[in-house]
Design a protein around this ligand. Structure first.
Ligand SMILES: Cc1cc2nc3c(=O)[nH]c(=O)nc-3n(C[C@H](O)[C@H](O)[C@H](O)COP(=O)(O)OP(=O)(O)OC[C@H]3O[C@@H](n4cnc5c(N)ncnc54)[C@H](O)[C@@H]3O)c2cc1C
Length: 393
């Protein structure tokens, strides 16, 4: 039985961030990092971006073991005994800890009764599987018009695949972008050769030919493909927490320090954690890289005694061909917007408002303004066009 001061469940970016936070305050305490994947922690954003633009795969690894961490790859923690302070892995081995962190992230939503070789894109292994299909003219159908679907469709089109993207909404990114912008992105993708099929539910995925697929939509379209990739969002991996009787509400519920249920020996961080969002009020669960790394780091530091509340609100970003943005706050197309464009649909700022006050900002081809936007949300003053234009200067 291994004996750790800190036991971290999950070898993603929040697990890596936690190791860094711990080491800032405790250079020697033993850390056991359990990763179900066969790999050390790595950055996920390159899997839909830079790796498709020729960047070397060696750049994604976080090199967490350099922090003096006992990394157990390919090892899933199957259960926790909170009273005994032990975690049992899927080989039956039991490990003791003083403090445990749940950094278990999320698992991609799946389509019911689809073939097993549909790629629910999230990991470096999925990247390798998809890469194996990529050759000139390879037909790939992407299901989902959100972050993963839109990014991977662009990446594949840039690698000379014949890409179809299918989604039920009106446009790519429609949950975030105002409708005119989402329509513009649809057309932008079409200009790049992508077959964009909005307003279409997938009814069935069957076989066509030896290893091919036939995707049939509820609207009666039939699309043959060599590979099918789905980006349907994730479900937080709360099963360990639930089985241990911890508070779960679409995520493991934590306080501003990352404690679960007020316990000083159980923490959660990253995509799996529902945390109090001081900036916006209420609680949030955020599935973005800036949150995973920063929250992981704060919570890891708190495990090692830092006692620092997570009063930061994270931003997020995405690249769609050569379009790109950073965003912060409640970026939700159901909210009212006030927009200022230096060039329509190319460079501008969308402010999402409630009662005239800013709740979120979409900084479209506007860079390094996240802190200013966060301050405007925090100030809670009614927003003016002049203030929004100021973010483009
Ligand atoms: C392809 C891709 C591209 C992205 N691009 C962007 C981007 O451009 N911008 C942005 O803001 N965000 C992006 N994100 C989101 C961002 O990468 C995630 O928010 C972040 O990686 C989440 O980190 P995490 O550690 O909380 O969770 P995860 O990454 O889900 O890691 C959790 C890990 O824990 C493991 N695990 C779960 N349960 C157990 C267990 N019981 N025992 C052991 N291990 C376990 C899982 O296997 C997993 O490896 C992207 C995500 C993906 C998938």
């Amino acid at each position: 039985m291994a004996d750790y001061k800190y036991l971290i469940v999950g070898g993603g970016l929040s697990g890596d961030g936690a190791c860094r936070g711990i080491r800032e305050h405790d250079p020697d305490g033993s850390i056991g990092l359990f990763a179900e994947e066969q790999h050390e922690p790595y950055a996920r954003p390159p899997l839909t971006k830079s790796l498709w633009k020729g960047k070397d795969e060696n750049t994604i690894w976080k090199e967490t073991t350099k922090l003096g961490v006992d990394l157990r790859t390919g090892t899933k923690i199957a259960s926790l005994d909170l009273d005994a302070h032990t975690a049992t892995d899927d080989t039956g081995e039991t490990h003791s800890y003083e403090q445990v962190l749940l950094a278990t992230g999320g698992t991609p939503r799946r389509l019911p009764s689809a073939p097993d070789d549909v790629i629910y894109y999230r990991t470096v292994d999925h990247y390798h599987r998809l890469r194996a299909h990529v050759r000139d003219g390879a037909r790939v159908t992407v299901i989902g018009g959100g972050f993963i679907g839109s990014e991977i469709a662009a990446a594949l089109a840039m690698n000379d695949c014949t890409v179809t993207i299918v989604f039920p909404g009106a446009g790519i990114g429609a949950k975030l972008f105002p409708s005119h912008l989402s329509s513009f992105v649809n057309e932008y993708y079409r200009d790049k050769g992508v077959n964009v099929l909005p307003g279409e539910e997938v009814a069935e995925i069957g076989r066509a030919g030896d290893a091919g697929f036939r995707v049939v939509t509820a609207g009666g379209r039939s699309i043959d493909a060599d590979a099918v990739v789905a980006g349907l969002g994730i479900e937080p991996r709360t099963e360990l927490a639930e089985a241990a009787g911890l508070s779960v509400d679409d995520g493991v519920v934590v306080d501003e320090y990352g404690h679960v249920d007020g316990r000083d020996d159980v923490f959660a961080a990253g995509d799996v954690a529902r945390f109090p969002a001081a900036l916006l009020g209420g609680t949030r669960r955020v599935e973005h890289v800036n949150h995973a790394t920063t929250h992981g780091r704060y919570v890891g530091a708190n495990m090692a005694g830092a006692d620092t509340p997570y009063d930061y609100f994270p931003y997020f970003y995405s690249d769609l061909f050569d379009l790109g943005y950073e965003a912060i706050g409640d970026v939700d197309s159901r909210l009212q917007t006030v927009e200022e464009w230096a060039e329509p649909n190319r460079k501008g700022v969308v402010c999402y408002v409630e009662d005239g006050k800013p709740r979120g900002f979409l900084l479209w081809d506007v860079w390094d303004k996240v802190d200013a936007a966060r301050n405007l949300i925090g100030a809670g003053e009614p927003i003016t066009s002049e203030t929004i234009r100021g973010l483009m200067e």
